[in-house]
Design a protein around this ligand. Structure first.
Ligand SMILES: [Zn+2]
Length: 425
């Protein structure tokens, strides 16, 4: 398959260009963590591949793949009509149509109907296993995740893995398995599952993941025991995403994967707001800019800190951000497992972080490091990350904020060294 995809989202607040790479030019190990939106491959996935020539009076083969140019709801109507026209003994075709309907019902956020349709597919299959069974169990796994039923999700996803046949089946099943493991707090199992994915451009997985994230975003991480005595167990107050009334998340988004590092940015636009209401409006503004002008699925950062120390939740932490860079020429992915934090303001000469803003940043970093066991040395400026990945320079997060980030990395988030504090004028 001509796997050519456009990578968007190299940076958020800083001016950088989107790039185009050919996936086939990348080592397969690099591809495993990339997930992109794009064309629907459902037609390829469900069509048969019989090479026997048809004779003139043989019947037309039954079509099992709805026209891809229809809306999801129209595809569902199309499938209903096909099922109505099936002879009683066409169980295999019925199962194929039912499983596609189940996937579409997940997509249109009707998990109840998706579950029913997937079970009907499994019933029609009888004892037969294989690709259709794998897809049906993958849907049941996604539905269970949406309902918060982790135990059922795990067993359904394991069935999806065991019945998987095609690359798409394998990728979908292991991708879902990784999410189940992540939500169970098992990062190593998640990484192992992710390494078994055969591609990451699979639209079936992506549709399921999007539906799960939209209906049941990952909960805030449970705090784990940390060495630092100043680390509060509940973390800083965070203004939730729901409070700023965000637009829906788009499709071109990747699961976060195991979290291992933090990258700090500035918004690169002067900001002087002092109220929460101004911050909430700014969140909507940044999201609109990132979605409409940059083509991102959502606001690029996971957290935003204003100048009075309010911390706003941005992109759900279960999703890879669009802030550090999507991929470099070696196929490495700076955004993978990388929490993006941006400070409102322009800290390249024009402004300096305020004391409450720096304090909130330090509390946030401290809490994230404890919650996700992020090593102290894995806190970077945007410029440092771009250098590490050979992506070219940026001034972000500006010469008045970068020394604070470097101080956090060298001396810990709770150091509050005079070197950093002395920057303030
Ligand atoms: Zn930046």
């Amino acid at each position: 398959m001509g796997a050519r995809a456009r990578f968007l989202g190299l940076a958020a607040g800083c001016s950088l260009v989107a790039s185009t790479f050919s996936l086939s030019a990348l080592p397969t190990s690099a591809i495993s963590t990339i997930v992109l939106g794009g064309t629907t491959l459902s037609a390829l996935l469900v069509s048969g591949c019989s090479s026997a020539p048809r004779t003139a009076n043989a019947p037309e083969p039954r079509r099992l793949d709805p026209p891809g140019n229809l809306s999801s709801w129209d595809q569902l109507s199309w499938i209903e009509r096909q099922i109505d026209g099936l002879p009683a003994n066409a169980d295999a075709d019925r199962a194929t149509l039912k499983v596609r309907a189940a996937e579409l019902y997940v997509e249109v956020q009707r998990p109840d109907k998706a579950g029913v349709s997937a079970r009907e597919a499994i019933f029609a299959l009888g004892r037969e296993k294989g690709s259709i069974a794998s897809r049906a169990h993958a849907v049941l796994g996604a539905v269970s995740l949406i309902r918060g039923d982790a135990a059922t999700a795990r067993s359904e996803v394991d069935r999806a893995v065991s019945f998987a046949e095609s690359d798409s089946d394998v990728t979908t099943a292991y991708g879902l398995k990784a999410i189940v493991a992540e939500r169970g707090g098992n990062a190593s199992e998640a990484a192992a599952a992710r390494s078994r994915m055969r591609s990451s451009t699979d639209p079936r997985l992506q549709d399921l993941v999007n539906a799960i994230m939209a209906a049941a975003p990952a909960p805030r991480p449970a705090p784990v025991a940390v060495a630092s005595p100043t680390q509060g167990s509940s973390g800083p107050k965070i203004i939730t995403r729901a409070e700023w009334n965000p637009a829906p998340i788009g499709k071109n988004v990747d699961p976060m994967g195991p979290i291992s590092r933090i990258t700090i940015h500035h918004e690169a636009a002067e900001y002087y707001g002092t109220t929460k209401a101004e911050g909430l409006k700014k969140m909507r503004d940044i999201q609109r800019f990132h979605q409409r002008d940059r083509g991102y699925a959502d606001i690029g950062y996971h957290y935003i800190v204003d100048r009075v120390g309010n911390i706003f939740e941005g992109r759900p932490i279960s999703l890879q951000g669009a802030h550090a860079g999507n991929i470099n020429k070696k196929g490495q992915i700076p955004n993978a497992g990388n929490i993006g934090i941006s400070l409102l303001g322009d800290y390249e000469k024009k402004q300096t972080p305020t004391a409450p803003q720096e304090r909130a940043l330090r509390e946030l970093v401290s809490w994230l490091q404890g919650s996700y066991r992020i090593p102290q040395q894995n806190v970077f400026t945007h410029a440092e990350i771009r250098n590490m990945y050979d992506l070219g320079g940026t001034a972000c997060p500006g010469c008045n904020l970068a020394p604070i980030v470097i101080d956090i990395r060298k001396h810990g988030p709770n150091s509050n060294r005079p070197a950093a504090a002395g920057l303030r004028r």
